[in-house]
Design a protein around this ligand. Sequence first.
Ligand SMILES: [Ca+2]
Length: 206
Amino acid sequence: MKKLHLISLLLPLLALLVMPTTVQANIVLNPGFETADGGGAQNWFNWYNPANGVSQQRVTGVFLSGAASANTKLTGTSGYTIGGWGQELTGWSAGQTLNASLWTKVVVTGDAYAQLKLEIIKPSGNADVWGPSTASTSWTKLEQSYLIPSDTTQIKLLAVHVASVGANNGDIWFDDANAAIPEPTSMLLLGTGLIGLFTLGRKKIK
Ligand SMILES: [Ca+2]
């Protein structure tokens, strides 16, 4: 009985060691833009500088997976123009590593490109993280890891369209957003499951 007790204690620890830290949960809602909300996509807000002209819509003609994606077109006539889609993330904790990613496809006119951005809000002000960018006409994955500091109050994932010259600058699609954090519940469940199986096994042997 003493031995059984010890093994029961060790099993969850073993499970924690064996399980790769890649067990992750995606905390982005409507990550593939599959659910519509009016002219937009549910859970996503339009993030742009309207003065420079940005047109944003959820579209079903172009997508990486599912049947829809999020599109931006910059229709400004001059100067630096920026727009995109954003979502405030919930369910994360300080100290966790957030692995953010996003797929994008760009039809380049002028100098347009797509970029992943994490908007990090703290009491002392924003500490935004500008992730990688691309102007590829093929679907490309943008990835950014971020260790969440203890004083973070809000995190937003942004799919950004940037251009600095002229009118009709670029046509960009975004799909399959991901903001993955470690999922401790799965590991605990596995540990509990192993204990259950072990106990059952012992009972059968007896
Ligand atoms: Ca999709």
